[in-house]
Design a protein around this ligand. Structure first.
Ligand code: FDA
Length: 395
């Protein structure tokens, strides 16, 4: 088969790979992007419920998990949310801010995918879909790749193959294998931003609440806490605070839920006991919680009697428990539904300003394949843009 030559080969036509390609292409580099999927940017298309939460106005290193929390600083400072917004605006894509600085397209995620593809096309980036790479060798001044479409010679190789979440979308462990082939260490991977599962007794306690949503709940593991809407599922718990806390939760960790974050429940229940002594506890609790949940928490906690039948200490203890309700999670829904992958290529052997390997000149790792994982809310795409841009400026 043909042996072709180019300056840069990027493996992975996702968010990070396309950003790297358009940045390097704009510098006049000859860029080829290879992807085994039949479509570029599949995760962009399905992101943000079809509207792509493409960045966040408040991006700080504290929004990322990594064995080296400083690693993200340089790339994020040099390609900010406003740089990406400028591109979005240039393409006339309407967007809006949801809660907490999260920016979404007004219409469709497809606009972001199309924007990236059109920027790539303008600077002559070649994208080969349905193309798998079977071998990579270093040779001469660069790399030789054997692919299902012949071999490529290039001076820079960028690995942008993402993480392991949602295998049906094209996720693979290829980037990790390549990193290992060239002597890179990997930080162990696990599913993150993923619903938590319950089993045994805890599942029996809550499974019939499946479909019930609670507007605002705080979910905590140790000192980490996230607030937002909770959803009971057939398997366990979901919703933004659960997805967020899943990045910090490990099997065996205690999970606690604050069901009424905006009110001091011990104080409030004491007041209710004075004001409504002949009303049942479940009825009073239904003022601040969905009725079915109020009933269930009574069943699992202190029963359901008239308020005057509880002594003050008992109500105070219940009030405190409603802010730290223990739930034993048994696991996560895993790669099938996880939004992202924790862990990945160890940042210790990568340059934080160029994403280049310190072991192999010309080899770069960008996006989710690297041990950098953002919180929910547009942070993962911002990392893909920023790391892709950092590499695209030097390859
Ligand atoms: P990405 O996964 O985007 O791309 C990797 C590419 O490499 C894919 O095209 C894949 O086919 C290709 N590839 C893999 N293995 C290969 C191989 N062996 N050979 C060739 N090609 C290969 N984030 C956010 O900030 N806001 C949001 O709204 C959402 N929403 C969201 C929803 C859902 C359902 C998911 C699963 C994820 C999100 N995310 C998100 C996370 C976000 O999608 C993710 O962090 C980025 O897409 C990561 O970008 P990458 O380019 O690194 O990987």
């Amino acid at each position: 088969m043909a042996q072709l030559q180019t300056d840069v080969v990027i493996v992975g036509a996702g968010a990070a790979g396309l950003m790297c390609a358009l940045t390097a292409g704009a510098r006049g580099r000859r860029v080829v992007v290879l992807d085994h999927a039949n479509r570029a940017g599949k995760k962009i298309l399905m992101s943000g419920g079809g509207r792509c939460n493409f960045t966040n106005l408040d991006v700080r290193p504290g929004h990322y998990l990594s064995a080296n929390p400083h690693f993200v600083k340089s790339a994020l400072a040099r390609y900010t949310p406003w740089d990406f917004i400028a591109m979005v605006d240039r393409h006339g894509i309407a967007w809006h801010e949801k809660e907490a600085g999260q920016l979404f397209c007004d219409d469709s995620s497809k606009q972001i995918q199309q924007m990236l593809l059109s920027e790539c096309a303008q600077v002559g980036v070649r994208i080969e879909l349905g193309c798998s790479v079977s071998a990579v060798e270093t040779g001469g001044p660069g790399f030789k790749l054997e692919t299902t479409r012949g071999s490529w010679l290039c001076s820079s190789l960028v690995v942008a193959t993402g993480g392991l979440s949602i295998p049906s979308m094209g996720a693979s462990g290829w980037g990790y294998q390549l990193a290992r082939q060239f002597g890179h260490e990997l930080v162990p991977t696990r599913a993150a931003l993923v619903p938590l599962t319950l089993s045994g007794r805890p599942l029996d306690d809550y499974a019939d609440l499946a479909g019930l949503a609670v507007d605002r709940v705080g979910a905590s593991v140790g000192s980490m806490r996230f607030d937002g809407g909770l959803l009971f599922t057939h398997r366990g718990l979901s919703g933004p605070p659960i997805l967020q806390i899943s990045s910090y939760w490990q099997p065996g960790d205690a999970l606690s839920l604050d069901f009424v974050p905006d009110r001091d429940m011990a104080e409030w229940l004491a007041g209710q006991r004075q004001a409504r002594p002949a009303v049942e506890l479940k009825t009073v609790l239904a003022d601040c919680l969905p009725r079915r949940l109020a009933q269930r928490l009574c069943d699992l906690g202190s029963g359901n009697r008239l308020l005057r039948q509880y002594d003050a200490k008992e109500l105070a203890a219940l009030g405190r428990k409603l802010h730290a309700w223990p739930v034993v999670a048994s696991g996560t829904e895993g790669w099938r539904t996880a939004e992202v992958t924790l862990g990945g290529v160890d940042t210790g052997e990568l340059s934080s300003s160029t994403m280049e390997s310190r072991r192999v000149k010309g080899l770069h790792f960008i996006g989710e394949v690297v041990d950098v994982t953002g919180h929910l809310g547009g942070y993962n795409f911002q990392w893909a843009w920023a790391s892709g841009h950092a590499a695209g400026e030097v390859v």
